[in-house]
Design a protein around this ligand. Structure first.
Ligand SMILES: CC(C)(COP(=O)(O)OP(=O)(O)OC[C@H]1O[C@@H](n2cnc3c(N)ncnc32)[C@H](O)[C@@H]1OP(=O)(O)O)[C@@H](O)C(=O)NCCC(=O)NCCS
Length: 231
């Protein structure tokens, strides 16, 4: 049964996000045997994974059963092939901040999947969960992650020197931050470039398609008070 269509919130041009399924464990395990990727993700080497561990983890995460601390999604192509995972974590309701984790299976990188998935996740965090800032970071040699952050508008906020130790060496930790307003601006640019219908409600602008592909900024709408604890 085809249950998706082009106006589906969780879908981009190339990928969609869906809940984790128990059967996703195999793709995850395959990725976890990529020790170089795991070093970048976990800031070190993990002990050997097993099918049993992978199955148990996916049974726990399946269908958002356990989403209090992490909201876990599988990233799949539009023909439903799993290519990676993304999650929201470190939700801080008092300060209105959150963070995310992402991995794209090595065979599927550099195809635009990661940035599309992250953009959907950020829309959810800012425009549905009413967070005001996303904090993130990565090890300084993670070129893919640095580009990914910058592609959706993250600002480099600092660098913690010699904070990560792996593979016999110390590495720096780069801190990234993205405010709701910075993301609004990035979305305006993105949607203008794509020429797609505006539908989201931003603090600085609401996009509206008017006439021959032109976009207009409509009056500001205050949708959130910074620091509101009732997120
Ligand atoms: C980081 C990661 C998720 C990026 O996913 P991806 O699907 O390859 O990213 P995209 O194809 O959407 O690329 C996003 C942007 O980064 C650029 N980019 C991606 N990987 C790159 C690399 N290795 N070197 C240079 N640029 C890179 C792309 O060209 C693109 O730029 P653009 O928007 O200007 O065209 C993926 O490399 C990955 O899973 N790495 C291992 C796990 C990891 O490091 N996770 C992040 C931890 S913070």
């Amino acid at each position: 049964m085809a249950m998706y269509h082009s106006r589906y919130f969780w879908q981009g041009e190339k990928i969609r996000l869906r809940g984790v399924r128990e059967s996703d464990w195999e793709e995850w395990l395959d990725d976890f045997c990529d020790s170089d990727a795991i070093r970048l993700l976990s800031w070190g080497l993990e002990l050997p994974p097993s099918p049993e561990m992978a199955k148990a983890a996916f049974a726990q995460w399946a269908d958002f059963k356990d989403s209090k601390s992490r909201i876990m999604f599988t990233i799949e192509t539009l023909d439903e092939k799993p290519v990676g995972g993304i999650n929201i974590h470190s939700k801080d309701e008092k300060n209105g901040t959150f963070s995310f984790g992402i991995r794209i299976n090595r065979n599927h990188r550099r195809k635009g999947y990661g940035s599309e998935a992250l953009r959907i996740l950020l829309r959810y965090g800012f425009y549905e969960l009413r967070f005001q800032k996303c904090n993130s970071g990565c090890v300084h040699i993670n070129e893919g992650s640095i580009w990914l952050h910058k592609s959706v508008g993250f600002v480099e906020e600092g660098r913690q020197r010699r904070t990560i130790y792996t593979n016999g060496q110390y590495y720096d930790h780069i801190l990234f931050g993205l405010t709701r307003e910075e993301f609004d601006e990035n979305e305006v640019a993105y949607k203008t470039e794509k020429g797609c219908d505006g539908w989201f409600c931003g603090k600085k602008a609401i996009l509206a398609k008017c006439g021959k592909g032109e976009f207009a900024s409509l009056p500001q709408v205050e949708v959130r008070k910074v620091g509101n604890p009732s997120i």
